[in-house]
Design a protein around this ligand. Structure first.
Ligand SMILES: NC(=O)c1ccc[n+]([C@@H]2O[C@H](COP(=O)([O-])OP(=O)(O)OC[C@H]3O[C@@H](n4cnc5c(N)ncnc54)[C@H](O)[C@@H]3O)[C@@H](O)[C@H]2O)c1
Length: 254
């Protein structure tokens, strides 16, 4: 049985992805800074093969512990989904260095540490697939999100570089770039009053939010089925990044 490690697996995109990859036949190692007892028990109750370890992806000691567990119990990772991430909505001139560093540590350094530790296992096997969960905020600027957007642009830079560096040794590295998704992250961000549902729905050609299932399906394709797909940044955004129309023009099409 192949092994997939999914970070940020306690809720949202990560939990949905963990379930889908397990349904597709992987043993899934779920990890999150939150407890995973209830989520892992639920998936196991659905007949799926999962294990879990909680910790902070921005801690090198934790990542090394996780990699050691995966090596000892599963013989190494075949798939890594770097999904854990945090949001920060704050004007650039008010963003503290501490806030900046926290976002960079979790959204960018964490995926690097995991790609390094689990990538070594994949390189030793001569095969593997890493999928990084970036954002359309990694492809475009979005006001009041300097640290978040810089972290996601950085994640895309890392994706392309690792794809080039490890492709010849059988390890593919790709990214998905979701638009706004209805998850706890969006609920918290909307709670700050920064935007509302209509702002997003009006901006998206397909006139809706992304669902965790939309993103999980794209992750699963890149993880398992994209045999020669390496170094791509796949928008899962209902056409957002394709569309440079102004809102009134787009709304005329509805
Ligand atoms: N929600 C959106 O609109 C949206 C849009 C584009 C991209 N994304 C990205 O998708 C990914 C998943 O987002 P989501 O919407 O499911 O968010 P979410 O907040 O619902 O889930 C994120 C998960 O990551 C975990 N996490 C946070 N910090 C961690 C850390 N230091 N170590 C380990 N785990 C940690 C959280 O506990 C949580 O379970 C993130 O990388 C996010 O940036 C989200």
């Amino acid at each position: 049985m192949t092994t997939a490690v999914v970070t940020g697996a306690a809720q949202g995109v990560g939990l949905t992805t963990a379930r889908l990859l397990a349904q597709k036949g992987h043993h899934v190692v779920m990890t999150d800074v939150q407890s995973l007892d209830a989520q892992a028990a639920k998936l196991a109750g659905e007949g799926l093969s999962v294990s879990h370890l909680s910790g902070d992806v921005s801690s090198e000691a934790f990542v090394n512990d996780l990699a050691a567990k995966v090596a000892a119990e599963q013989g190494g990772a075949d798939v890594l989904v770097n999904n854990a991430g945090i949001s920060l909505i704050c004007p650039a001139e008010e963003t503290s260095f501490e806030q900046w560093q926290r976002v960079m540590s979790i959204n960018l350094a964490g995926p690097f540490l995991l790609s390094k530790a689990l990538g070594q296992q994949m390189l030793a096997k001569g095969k593997g697939s890493i999928v990084n969960v970036a954002s359309i905020a990694g492809l475009r600027g979005v006001i009041h999100r300097t640290a978040y957007n810089a972290s996601k642009h950085g994640l895309i830079g890392m994706t392309r570089t690792l794809a080039a560096e490890w492709g010849a040794r059988g390890v593919r590295v790709n990214a998905v770039c979701p638009g706004w998704i209805k998850t706890e992250m969006d609920v918290a961000d909307q709670g700050s009053g920064a935007y509302g549902d209509a702002d997003i729905i009006n901006r998206v050609p397909m006139a809706r939010f992304a669902k965790p299932e939309d993103v999980a399906a794209a992750i699963a394709f890149l993880a398992d089925d994209g045999a020669f797909v390496n170094g791509v940044t796949l928008p899962v955004d209902g056409g957002w990044t394709a569309d440079a129309s102004w809102d009134a023009l787009r709304l005329k099409t509805r």
